[in-house]
Design a protein around this ligand. Sequence first.
Ligand code: PMP
Length: 359
Amino acid sequence: MSESRLYNLSAGPAVLPEEVVQKVQANLFNYDKSGVGIMEISHRSAAFDEIISKAKQDLRSLLSIGEDYQILFSTGGATAQFSAVPMNLLRKGTTADFINTGVWSEKAIKEAQKFGEVAVKASSEDDSFNYIPKDIRTSKNSAYLHFTSNNTIYGTQFHKEPEAGGTPLICDASSDFLHKKININKYDLIYAGAQKNIGPSGVSIIILKKKLLSGIPEGLPVLIDYRTLSKTNSMYNTPPTFPIYVVSEVLEWIVKGGGLETMHEKNKEKASLLYDVIDNSSMYLSKVKNEDRSLMNVTFRLATDELEKSFLDASLKKGFVGLKGHRKTGGIRASIYNAFPKKGVSALISFMKEFESSN
Ligand code: PMP
């Protein structure tokens, strides 16, 4: 980190790669020596067309996405997709199956219930969402199975896709998108808000199988209907040009950094260093089942609320921001997304050890 920047462990919007932020800073004023800033160019310009095409191309290569999938850029956050997915894909006489792994799944469930039949096929609510349920049986008339791949608030993560048994698989990957290579062919639709792993807030990425587009009912609001963005290269109206541009730079950063295999190795190493400290300490306690621990959001507790408060106060003084757990769960949460450097993890570990020995 450069001297003026702190270690940012926020859950999202979150840290972006420093090189990307610096490049964006220069392009804000004068994009690619064009004489116009990146926020000021038209979405109908050749320059923007190149940006969005390159972003799609990099994403296709990173995830080996075939031509049978469509990539869309949308606004409204992942939350808009909680409504868009059932509006586009849930039909009368079919059931939307869900795995409930906490707040974000619950919000998706609540939204789907407005548009049709919903069944919660598995849940980890019985243990405060501290694990990932494994045994899933989908409904007979299942329209799709929806899961949240990483549970930002609790620090649990699916390390393998749930068995959908032939039912279309839909994933909210908002907080772990592109943290590793996945087999995209297992998914029928995957969506993610950009603001954790791949960019600033203001844009979501949706990757969906083209064949889903043929069954969408008529009469949906124009921007909810997946066919609209699909037919217009995500530019039916003015798209969020600046966030899409930053996403394109982050994708290039991932490609140049060695792709998703390298990213995954780095993420595993960072997380395991941190979990090791927690496991070997008598001060820090992880409540998450070991095999379901997130590589992105490392959550832990200290013995009392007072101790947690003094940990957070001390961490701020040492230059770590964003460690406070979600208001729903309390505790501490270190979000160590793709762009969070290993150097920062080492610094955090030194701080944790120091805090433990002096308290
Ligand atoms: N899903 C997950 C897993 C999230 O972490 C979040 C945001 N924290 C959301 C959905 C909601 O995203 P947005 O704010 O982009 O609507």
